[in-house]
Write a protein that binds this ligand. Structure first.
Ligand code: SF4
Ligand code: SF4
Length: 539
């Protein structure tokens, strides 16, 4: 299917006029560029998921099981009983509208069903019809509607147009979390085999080979060796590549995007250089070679199964505790779900930095420390020699990735690392950063090519904030701590703000890191020439 994307000057002309027909009656339009391909049957079969078949969302017949409606209603009943938050989120909303204009997909697209309140109503209306007295008696008058194939299609379209970023929940006076409603909506869709391939293939690959991309253990090893070669070429220092090392102190887990895709590879080089420099006894794993957990975009059960892999590997290798890299949703899983799903990880030790002696109290139960916290602690204790002037060719801004920011409140540590690694740092406007950060538009499995128009629309508010600091301060690179962001922000910047490229935080750190025995550096990790020092600085 060929997908034509409007030019930026056309895309920016957004109509916020609602359709004439009432929202309950407006059929969904699967316009090319605004939805994702269905999950391939082979992946569903591999994962033992229901109703594997060949189908696509734009087709009339979705080949649903005969009793699909019963499956969904029963699935809803089961989840209402199991998850109190689900029932609360469906009951609590007073339709105050505070969340309405906070979703980047609504801001960038103008479709009222992308207002978080209305997105939730898609599911809430069915809940009312089958689970509330008023809905059963008064139907549409009470905001209730029957579950029909059209309603199911609408769920699919709009629950796969929500990146589960949780920005709307920050503004909701009741703390209603739309991401949780979307997760439930997707979970129900999965019961009848309606999911997208960009989610389900990474899940299947993670089972088969340990990572989203399906790279075999030998490929992981080769890639890390290749990165070590690149480090040696740039710095003159040969770093070790510990893989599946039993008895290492620390297991290091990071998204596979960090070792397989630019610009993540430079961030991965940054981790390796840092660990070498401080002499950390750590290991990568080829079994748990993925931090990302696309289970979060599928079902709670899948989150649990994938997360368990990390801890099973920590046990097998006999490490003391775990460091996690610059991943996004891995951290939401670890911080918010890990303990009740797979934990507490009592077989591991409480994380204490072997270099500074700091006890990471916040990770007492999960035994997993974020790399930004680990590195910030090293800098705070004066354990790293940094030359921020090596990043003088860069003017940096920082994008708070939704999950580390809103999912675990990690605001200061990455900024502290960046500010110690660069000399030109500029924040984007206040209402677009920290807990109010705007999504890249491609999270939760939506970062695929067929969904390109929706991604560019959803990412538009973030891109406009970058454009602002580019024009005001000459910003030419945006840093972030998420592999999905590093990938989707790259195409977003090319589309909306050409001239701005994307980096991970540890790439900046590694550029600045003065390593023992290194040769004089003339380029950064990307091979780009460093800015010449002034006479004063050279002294
Ligand atoms: S969670 Fe994010 S993408 Fe989903 S409705 Fe809220 S703001 Fe929009
Ligand atoms: S802000 Fe909360 S209560 Fe208000 S409409 Fe949105 S979800 Fe409902």
């Amino acid at each position: 299917m060929s997908i034509k994307i409007p030019k930026p000057e056309e895309m920016i002309r957004i109509s916020y006029k609602p359709p004439r027909t009432p929202w309950m009656d407006t059929p969904v339009d699967f316009r090319p560029g605004t939805w994702s391909y269905s999950g391939a049957a082979k992946n569903l079969i591999y994962l033992n998921l229901p109703n594997p078949r060949a189908w696509q969302p734009y087709e009339e017949d979705w080949k649903l099981p005969e009793n699909w409606k019963k499956i969904i209603i029963e699935g809803m009943r089961e989840r209402l009983d199991k998850y109190r938050s689900f029932r609360l989120f469906l009951d609590l909303c007073v339709r105050c509208g505070a969340c309405a204009d906070k979703c980047h997909f609504y801001i960038g697209g103008g479709d009222p069903k992308n207002m978080p309140v209305l997105r939730a109503e898609l599911l809430r209306s069915v809940y009312r019809r089958y689970f509330t007295e008023s809905g059963k008696r008064f139907g549409r008058l009470a905001g209730a509607r029957d579950l029909t194939v059209d309603v199911l299609k609408e769920w699919f379209y709009y629950f796969y147009q929500c990146t589960e970023c949780r920005r709307c929940s920050v503004y909701c006076p009741y703390g209603i979390d739309q991401a949780e409603i979307t997760i439930m909506g997707r979970e129900l869709l999965n019961l009848v085999g309606c999911n997208i391939n960009w989610v389900i293939e990474p899940v299947a690959n993670s089972y088969r080979t340990g990572n989203h991309l399906g790279i075999q253990p030998g490929g992981v090893k080769d890639m890390l060796e290749f990165l070590a070669d690149d480090i040696e070429e740039r710095t003159g220092v040969r770093v070790e590549v510990p893989i599946n090392k039993k008895g290492a102190d620390i297991l290091f887990i990071t998204p596979s995007g960090d070792y397989f895709a630019d610009p993540g590879t430079y961030t991965c080089m940054g981790y390796m250089m840092l660990f070498h420099e401080i002499g950390l006894n750590y290991t990568f794993s080829t079994y748990a070679s993925e931090g990302g957990n696309f289970g979060l975009f599928t079902s709670h059960e899948m989150v649990k199964r994938l997360n368990n892999k990390i801890y099973a590997e920590a046990k097998r290798l006999g490490v003391k505790w775990i460091i996690g890299g610059e991943c996004g949703h891995m951290w939401r899983v670890i911080h918010e779900y890990m303990d009740t799903m797979n934990g507490p990880a009592d077989f591991l030790e409480e994380p204490v930095s072997p270099i500074t002696g700091t006890l990471f109290e916040n990770a007492r139960s999960t035994k997993m420390v974020h790399i930004a916290e680990f590195t910030a602690d090293l800098i705070k204790h004066g354990k790293l020699k940094l030359d921020p002037a090596r990043n003088d060719h860069l003017r940096i801004t920082f994008h708070d990735s939704c999950n580390p920011a809103r999912g675990m409140g990690l605001f200061e540590e990455p900024r502290y690392v960046i500010k110690n690694s660069v000399r030109h740092f500029h924040e984007m406007p206040e209402d677009t950063i920290r807990e109010k950060t705007l999504c890249c538009g491609g999270g939760a499995g939506l970062g695929n090519d067929e969904n390109i128009e929706m991604r560019m629309r959803g990412g538009m508010p973030r891109a406009m904030a970058v454009k602002h600091v580019k024009e005001k301060h000459g910003v030419n690179r945006i840093a972030c701590m998420c592999a999905i962001d590093r990938s989707t922000l790259t195409s977003l910047m090319e589309y909306w703000v050409p001239g701005v490229t994307v980096t991970g935080v540890h790439e900046l750190l590694a550029n600045a890191l003065v390593m023992k025995g290194e040769k004089e550096r003339t380029t950064d990790l990307r091979g780009e020439p460093l800015k010449e020092k002034t006479d004063d600085e050279a002294l």
